[in-house]
Design a protein. Sequence first.
Length: 217
Amino acid sequence: MPDDDIDKARRRFLQTTGAGATLVLAGCSAFDSDSEETPTETPDPTPTETQEETNPSESETEDPPESPSGQVEQLDAYPRVKIASVSELSTGDVVEFKYPLQEQSNFLTRLGEQAWDGVGPDGDIVAFNALCTHAGCNVAGSVEPEDSRAGPCPCHYTSFDLSKGGLVNMGQATSDLPQIELEVDGGDIYATYVEGLVWGYHNNLRTGTPIEAAQSD
Ligand code: FES
């Protein structure tokens, strides 16, 4: 090839590769620019409508189940129920009653000595759940008002002090007998609350057949 032709070919080559390099650099610059400027996606802290709709706290607000008879099987609060009249209760009497559910047995008695949370003119009328806190045997038949005692339990001989909030005197039980809170209104004695957990229940108000609240007349 003549020298002139060789020079022309060399110039064309250099022009071509120079343009290519420019394109490559432009490409790299565009790539870097894209990678630096691409915004990072951040989560939106505002709850979406879907999240609000599936809030678990809302799904827990269900109506309580109903028994076949249509009665609500759990209570939202302790009812106020008439148990006896002060004037008809003598020292040593024992009255058995259900509260706050039909399935929960209790007893009320007049001790003849002042007791913790006792009501009446002498503060000696008290009431307790009847199920022994050891294993659930009924101690209503073992109440000895003259000794302010329930027990010995017929199953394993625990006894409870009725003048001291159902304190365990001796035996296998480790929890006091749940005391029924009482109030006197117009000479009548009402159950209003249970202090302590009834044996066999995780919640004293669930589930069973509620007692009908008595009318205070
Ligand atoms: S059930 Fe009463 S002492 Fe065991």
